[in-house]
Design a protein around this ligand. Structure first.
Ligand code: ZN
Length: 145
């Protein structure tokens, strides 16, 4: 009998795992899909995977309403340091600390660049109920329309 020790999810990624994680990150997350289908069911039309370039900052919102200039980010609790679930891992904190801090800095830069360009930014935590999140988005869409 062998005891297989599966690598901890908090182990710093090797090159191949890093590619893997990038792929995972790009793929639509489940909450994102749920929110999109609620918006779609409500007759809202949006764009996804929009690449923006705003003065050197490249925000990648998850859901974009171009005409209303509303950009929605559905943030993973871990990657974006959610106050409820985004505790910095104690394991390999020297690796994750700066990495997560960079994410936070990038999030703030994206928010500021979008706001400066006249966009309304909505950030949703992946732990939020999709129904509530979709309602929040639609409320904002109503106010900016
Ligand atoms: Zn969370």
């Amino acid at each position: 009998m062998t005891s297989s020790s599966s690598p901890s999810p908090l182990t710093p990624p090797t090159a191949s795992r890093s590619r893997n994680m990038a792929a995972i990150k790009r793929r639509d997350t489940q909450p994102e899909r749920a929110i999109r289908s609620l918006l779609h069911a409500a007759g809202k039309r949006y764009r996804v995977d929009v690449r923006m370039e705003l003065g050197g900052v490249r925000p990648r919102p998850d859901i974009v309403f171009s005409r209303a200039r509303v950009a929605v980010f559905v943030d993973g609790c871990f990657w974006h340091c959610c106050p409820e679930h985004g505790r910095h891992p104690r394991t390999n904190s020297s690796y994750w600390g700066p990495k997560l801090e960079r994410n936070r800095t990038r999030d703030r830069a994206a928010d500021e660049a979008l706001a400066a360009a006249g966009w309304t930014v909505i950030r949703i935590w992946e732990h939020e109920a999709p129904q509530k999140a979709a309602e929040r988005i639609m409320m904002v869409l109503n106010t900016v329309a």
